[in-house]
Design a protein around this ligand. Sequence first.
Ligand code: PGA
Length: 248
Amino acid sequence: MNRRKTVIGNWKMNFTHKETASFLEKFKTNDLDKNADVIFCVPFTDISAAVNALSDTNIKVGAQNLYFEEKGAYTGEVSAKMLSECGVEYVIIGHSERRSLFNETDEIINKKVKKALEYNLKPILCCGETLSQRERGIEYDFIRTQIKSALYGISKEDAKNIVIAYEPIWAIGTGNTATNEQAEEMCLTIRNCVKELYVEEFGEKIIILYGGSVNTKTASELFKMENIDGGLVGSASLKDDFSVIVNA
Ligand code: PGA
């Protein structure tokens, strides 16, 4: 199955809007593989700088979160409609840092995915197990539950716009990239889970990424695996040689 390669930078809470403009003005002069979709998920305050800097390229801009309500008295929150009007096309939902530091539950994540889809934002749905879950051998069941909960009540038509990122928590920001086999096996499990929820054909088409300490050395072997369609990249997406990962 020929799925498009997708490489997403997750900047987390890094780069001011000025730094965003100068980083991206330089980044876009790289010779990038035309067969890969490239997306930068930036902090809210950097969105306009990123959209401006990338307007003459095929590189897309994403956000890192949204709130599931339409509008109203939710101090500090940002809605799907606000993001969509700013030129955002993707949004990360359910990152493990949101789940653990900001108490986001599977139910909240499901509501956020639905709200994003309502505004034609493409959710980058994250899942991933802890080290202790892996050691206890419950990682596959755990990930299947995360996926089923996040996709609950979402039609096949809508689900077509979702990208899934498998990010084992023990691999994020630790320098311990999962092995190619560990990443491949879980991405295959996720693909099979999507097939069970929808239809076989759709499971073959959905984009599934690996994330967790992806770097210029590990990217190309990971991206060659049958069920890994690219990566969600944190710290390495803040460096000038992120283009090496895109071209991997
Ligand atoms: P990392 O982060 O590449 O720095 O490990 C990945 C992520 O959290 O999306």
